[in-house]
Design a protein around this ligand. Structure first.
Ligand code: M6P
Ligand code: ZN
Length: 194
């Protein structure tokens, strides 16, 4: 019991948890090939690498029945007209679900099944999104401030980035007329045609 404290607080200003086991920072350079506008990506990289999002993990043993918790912070910005976003993943154990509780900011969760089914939900202060089993998920910051949300998922779910690294998601979230719009990803190939 003592090895894993059972509670923590979240700082309402910074969104960071009072304790965590792992702090992951994902850089623009970690997202090569993920943003549709490759020229805009290249230009941004040349101006200097930067942190796109951060994850604070509160660990538990990676065994059945345990839950992993944490906070994700996606910074505001765009590559071309596409908003900053996470890499996105399926769970290695595909049947495992996840819950997001948004504390601050504005964004979207883009979801996709292995068969190519598409869905999305909005994230805003105090909204909760349930990501059902089998749905890959990527979160996107469509606002001007950090998007900060709490997540919880089975500790043994694992992350599978494979097909998403190759094809991306079927939908992109871009700015159109000063507001977010969901458009088709030209690079995406339906699973049955891969
Ligand atoms: C969410 C959770 C985490 C995930 C993080 C970053 O907070 O789903 O499990 O690690 O987003 O997303 P990704 O792993 O796709 O880069
Ligand atoms: Zn997940």
């Amino acid at each position: 019991m003592e090895k894993f404290p059972l509670d923590f607080n979240i700082d309402r200003i910074s969104g960071t948890p009072g304790r965590y086991d792992k702090h992951i920072q994902r850089m623009l350079s970690d997202m090569r090939g993920q943003f549709a506008d490759q020229d805009a990506y290249q230009k941004m990289i040349e101006e200097g690498d930067r942190i796109l999002y951060e994850v604070y993990e509160i660990g538990r043993p990676g065994i059945a029945g345990e839950l992993m918790q944490g906070i994700s912070i996606i910074h505001a910005g765009k590559v071309g007209d596409e908003y900053f976003m996470t890499k996105g993943h399926f769970h290695s154990r595909l049947e495992m679900a996840e819950v997001y509780y948004c504390l601050m900011g504005q964004g979207m969760v883009i979801m996709e099944t292995p068969e190519g089914g598409q869905s999305s939900r909005e994230l805003g202060p105090d909204s909760v999104v349930y990501i059902p089993p089998r749905w890959a998920h990527r979160s996107v910051n469509t606002g001007q401030q950090d998007l900060i949300f709490f997540f919880v998922y089975p500790s043994d779910a694992g992350h599978n980035y494979g097909t998403i690294e190759e094809y991306g998601f079927g939908k992109l979230v871009v700015e159109r007329d000063h507001r977010p719009a969901i458009i088709d990803n030209p690079r995406w190939v339906p699973p049955e045609a891969r």
